[in-house]
Ligand binder design. Structure first.
Ligand code: 2X7
Ligand code: FE2
Length: 299
């Protein structure tokens, strides 16, 4: 089998508002509009990613929370209804997709061999979380490419942000090894927001953009700092600052998604493309793409 590669990595935030505003046919609630800078950013990113013909999307989601070990979706097909527990008025989504079970098993075996606590999720009635669904929908609304899903086992962050990140670095390395072994062309999705302070009251019309803005300036400054480092190709510096970002901006990266992605990509030292930035109920979100093949070709 030829050596597999990670053909792209995407920071792919999952606010259900974006799927709602897209008026996805699978989603029951319907919107007038909303959050265009992010949705149009996804459109641009999607074009690039799909043009590279990935065999699989590997997604790490903060809303599939596991306390004991990392869990990997381990059933060949997932069908069901995903409802956001906080925003059931915006997200009631009928999903159906295939899992790349061979790659999932390969990842599971690799994690075990590396001494990382892991479990295959083999419950056929398992309900897939909205983080996985929203990111995967927004990057490929056709759902015609299989998925590998990884839970967020953030228990190591209870000890400290630094220890949590160490675990996610190991998870990222194991993911890269599994992709290489599998022969797949994989696109990785880190399903998370950046700064994560949010309003506690929803406006009467959720898509009323006159009510939407970042929670406060300090959160915005942190988001701009992080995006600046990504655009400059300074991801080692970003990793060094991640614990402070988590602490001071209450970042959703605390669930490990972004550290996992950085590690799997080998800590990029080439510029990322920021396709869009915007707030959703006050949280900071960006669609960001790393293209390792293009970086190599232009080096
Ligand atoms: O899960 C989320 C999120 N991370 C950010 C904003 C709004 C809703 O849900
Ligand atoms: Fe979230």
């Amino acid at each position: 089998m030829s050596t597999g590669t990670i053909i792209s990595g995407v920071l792919a935030p999952h606010p259900p508002h974006l799927v709602y505003a897209e008026n996805a046919p699978q989603n029951e609630p319907k919107a007038e509009c909303g959050w265009e800078t992010l949705r149009w950013g996804y459109e641009r990113c999607r074009k690039n990613v799909l043009a590279k013909k990935p065999d699989v999307f590997i997604v790490h989601s903060p809303h599939w929370k596991t306390v004991v070990g990392h869990h990997v979706l381990g059933i060949p097909r997932c069908d069901g209804l995903s409802v956001d527990p906080i925003f059931p008025n915006l997200f009631r989504y009928k999903y159906g997709f295939d899992v790349d079970l061979e790659l999932a098993e390969c990842l599971y075996d690799g994690l075990k061999a590396a001494g990382i606590l892991t479990k295959m999720m083999r419950n056929p009635g398992f309900r897939v979380d909205y983080g996985t669904i929203a990111s995967c929908h927004l990057i490929n609304p056709e759902w015609n490419i299989p998925i590998v899903g990884i839970s967020s086992n953030a228990s190591h962050y209870y000890f400290s942000n630094e220890v949590g990140d160490e675990e996610m670095i190991a998870l990222g390395e194991a993911t890269r090894n599994a992709v290489e072994k599998s022969g797949r062309r994989a696109c990785l999705l880190a399903s998370c927001s950046l700064s994560h302070r949010h309003f506690t009251v929803e406006s009467a019309i959720p898509e009323d953009m006159s009510q939407e803005h970042i929670y406060h300036h300090g959160q915005y400054l942190w988001d701009m700092r992080v995006l600046g480092l990504m655009r400059e190709g300074k991801c080692a510096q970003l990793m060094a600052e991640m614990p402070d970002f988590v602490e001071q901006a209450n970042s959703e990266t605390k669930e490990g998604c972004l550290t996992w992605l950085m590690s799997a990509l080998g800590v990029p030292d080439y510029p990322a493309e920021v396709h869009g930035y915007g707030s959703v109920i006050g949280t900071g979100n960006a669609v960001v793409e790393w293209d390792p093949e293009n970086a190599k070709a232009t080096a």
